[in-house]
Write a protein that binds this ligand. Structure first.
Ligand SMILES: Nc1ncnc2c1ncn2[C@@H]1O[C@H](COP(=O)(O)OP(=O)(O)OP(=O)(O)O)[C@@H](O)[C@H]1O
Ligand SMILES: [Mg+2]
Length: 384
């Protein structure tokens, strides 16, 4: 025993003679043991319920219980207390059974000496304490394992979510890259068509005119030269338009604001629609070419849509940039349309293209439209 307090013993024994022998052997005056004595299991259990005991010396044959049952009932009631069965001499199989079921030791009533009893009791209490400590450690371990398992499974599901999220992002990026290639292809198709249909035709006409010149009488030369000049002028106009549509030089040379203002002029002359621009933060700074291009293209598409579908004569554009982001708004008070339906129809390349341009730069583009009221497009592009 580590501490010096007396070992608290509950003696459950209905036979007074046996009880007195045990009592005498335990010698309460020594201060090592403190013994209480009851004569039935029922009294034993109520003592155990009310007070703390280190150990129970338990007779198996009691008036209200008999045999192993006595042991099992007491053990169930007080699992933390050490139990030493007191059995009749020769009833070894019963005693062994009790040991197997968790009793700390056993004593034969007829063969108890003071030394044997004291030693058995001390060992029993020590063993029980050891067992209890082990059980507590085991419970604690179990609890920690469960805690850790729960943590791990939470982390695991978080990881799974992150992986799924990442997959979605990768999938979206793949889709966008694919779209980008498609868009480039379709732009090339348009240029090829323009080169073939418009410029090719004009060049063929010019070639014919030049061929005829050599065969013409002198007086008709002036007129044909004039025809050739008209064709060359037309050609130059087409080439200029084509080049401007592809990429206006002022976007690279002078920056976003000038390119937008120039585009609004050209747009007005082509469509009759006026654009009012309000802006902050884009006057005196150049943004990255990617951002400038994206903003320019988004505005370009939004304006084209407004002219084609909204039935308006005025459009408002607002561009606001601070250190973190550029916010863009294009609004018309025209016919409006069902955005979800248009996007879901999958045929719109203009609306989807605007959104994708914003997304590719880590930004966001929202289209709000109410039929009969108009359309507002808001885009935010990160600048960092
Ligand atoms: N500002 C607007 N006002 C009214 N309807 C609009 C507006 N913008 C778009 N829409 C509607 O949404 C549809 C999809 O627009 P989107 O720009 O994607 O395609 P589109 O202009 O028809 O063709 P494109 O692919 O050449 O741009 C349009 O056909 C039109 O019905
Ligand atoms: Mg469009």
């Amino acid at each position: 025993m580590q501490d010096n307090r007396p070992i608290k013993v509950l003696l459950v024994e209905d036979d007074s003679a046996s009880a007195e022998i045990v009592n005498a052997l335990l010698d309460q005056d020594s201060g090592i043991f403190e013994v209480e004595w009851v004569m039935s299991l029922k009294d034993g259990l109520s003592k155990l319920a009310a007070n703390f005991f280190d150990l129970v010396l338990l007779d198996f044959g009691l008036p209200d219980s008999d045999g192993l049952d006595t042991f099992l009932r007491l053990q169930k009631h007080s699992p933390a207390v050490a139990i030493i069965p007191l059995t009749a001499t020769g009833d070894e199989s019963l005693a062994l059974k009790a040991i197997q079921l968790g009793a700390q030791d056993y004593l034969f009533k007829g063969a108890i000496s003071r030394q044997l009893l004291t030693k058995a009791m001390r060992y029993a209490v020590e063993r029980k304490r050891g067992e209890e400590a082990l059980r507590r450690a085991h419970d604690e371990l179990e609890r920690r394992v469960m805690e850790r398992t729960a943590e791990l499974s939470a982390t695991n599901s978080q990881l799974k979510e992150q992986i799924a999220e990442r997959r979605r992002a990768e999938e979206e990026l793949r889709r966008l890259s694919h779209r980008l290639v498609e868009v480039q292809e379709s732009e090339r198709r348009n240029i090829a068509r323009e080169l073939h249909d418009e410029i090719g035709q004009l060049l063929t006409g010019l070639k014919l005119v030049i061929e005829m010149v050599s065969r013409l009488p002198a007086e008709e030369l002036v007129e044909h030269c004039h025809k050739a000049q008209v064709l060359v002028n037309e050609l130059m106009g087409h080439v200029r338009d084509l080049s401007l549509d592809l990429r206006p030089a002022m976007l690279d040379d002078l920056g976003l604001l000038h390119a937008l203002l120039w585009h609004f002029e050209r747009y007005k002359s082509q469509t009759g629609v006026t654009v009012t621009l309000t802006h902050t933060g884009i006057e005196n700074q150049r943004l990255t070419p990617e951002i400038e291009t994206a903003v320019y293209r988004i505005v370009q598409e939004a304006l084209t849509n407004a002219a084609r579908h909204a039935g308006v004569t005025k459009i408002r554009v607002n561009a606001y940039a601070d250190a973190e982001s550029l916010n863009l708004q294009i609004a018309d008070d025209g016919k409006g349309f069902d955005v979800q339906a248009s996007l879901a129809a999958g045929q719109s390349s203009g609306l989807a293209g605007m959104r994708e341009r914003a997304q590719l730069l880590g930004g966001l583009l929202m289209i709000d439209s109410v039929v009969g009221k108009g359309t507002v497009i808001n885009a935010t592009l990160p600048l960092e």
